[in-house]
Design a binder for this molecule. Sequence first.
Ligand SMILES: Nc1nc2c(ncn2[C@@H]2O[C@H](COP(=O)(O)OP(=O)(O)OP(=O)(O)O)[C@@H](O)[C@H]2O)c(=O)[nH]1
Length: 377
Amino acid sequence: MSTLRETFEDLAASLRQPPDEILLEVGAGGELLVAHLRVGVASLLLLLPLLNRWAGGTLHETLAGLVGALLALGLSALWLRLARRPRRVAGLATVTAASDVTMVTLVLALLSLESPVAAINSAVVWGCYPLAIFATALRHDVRVTLFAGALAMVQSGLLWAAVVALAEGPLVSAAYGTVSTSTQVQRLVLLLAVTLVTAMVVFRAQRLTQFSATDGLTGLPNRNYLNTRVPQLVRDARANGHTVSLALVDLDNFRHINAELGHLAGDRALRHAVKVLRKELAREEPMIRVGGEEFVLVLRLPIGAAWERLEVLRRKLEAAPFLPEAGVEPRRMTLSAGLASCPQDANDLSGLMKRADQRLQVAKQAGRNRVVARDEG
Ligand SMILES: Nc1nc2c(ncn2[C@@H]2O[C@H](COP(=O)(O)OP(=O)(O)OP(=O)(O)O)[C@@H](O)[C@H]2O)c(=O)[nH]1
């Protein structure tokens, strides 16, 4: 079991590197969920000024409330539009988290026009700060949570300082009580605690997601990733009229490496091959370990360009022999691959896998160390 110190060190290390492809995808799903919730909440906000008017509020108050609610709804609709885009919008989670926190501050500032004490002591509106911080948990990025927490503390502190500096008399109200420094400090501590707890929850969830979708030996995404993410990649490509190609890659005669060098050296050989191939792939080109020495590559390329790409990978691996240990002959490693593309060969993952597997078998029967992208004849 890891100690608190180890957990914090792990957390600090994870902050230094951006979330990987799997977490970015999970976070994009969370962003969409939050965007839907935000539109729902903003729609409900429209009712508040009307209720206020019905309960005897002034026309000025009602109009100000309506303008605020319409603004919130417009902004929420924009965030939903961006979250729905098939291609992820970089930095969207940070921008929307900042907008949520700032919206709370703006509503509190608006309240101060009626009663400066309400701007500081309104429990309902202030309670939306922790809510905005909690909601960042769905984005699966610790950095977004820490940013939202820090922003809430800074904005809430500045609002308090501004209200106190501009106050013309004692800050006391029959409905909202008294403004005191100690209560404000306690609230800041509470925001800090909420931020840290949420960051820990996100961090643990990130680890679980990574473990469940990552292969322990090579660090590559595993079959869970293939089954959960790749169908969406294929659907997105089809919806946008793009071609996507899938390659089934198998290392050649791998059992001989195990038999001659032992299983541990076999593991190292596998990691070596993965390292060589990964180096040639872009961040948005997932390489997935689907079996022992079998991998799937998803390339957003037409089949001809994908074949050329695979040929480069094949030659790179052939030119980078595995060195078992000092004094032992380097081992030449090669791969065979079958390619299939969407929509030409199939329209879904299982159809693509089937066609790619048939072509992989052709590559193996033809003598290995080759890439097959078309049916013969
Ligand atoms: N060391 C090690 N070996 C593995 C691992 N996973 C699978 N293998 C081995 O990979 C070998 C796969 O053998 P085969 O399916 O017969 O294929 P091959 O020897 O590569 O021959 P072809 O695919 O026909 O070129 C087996 O010996 C497995 O034990 C692993 O994680 N580590």
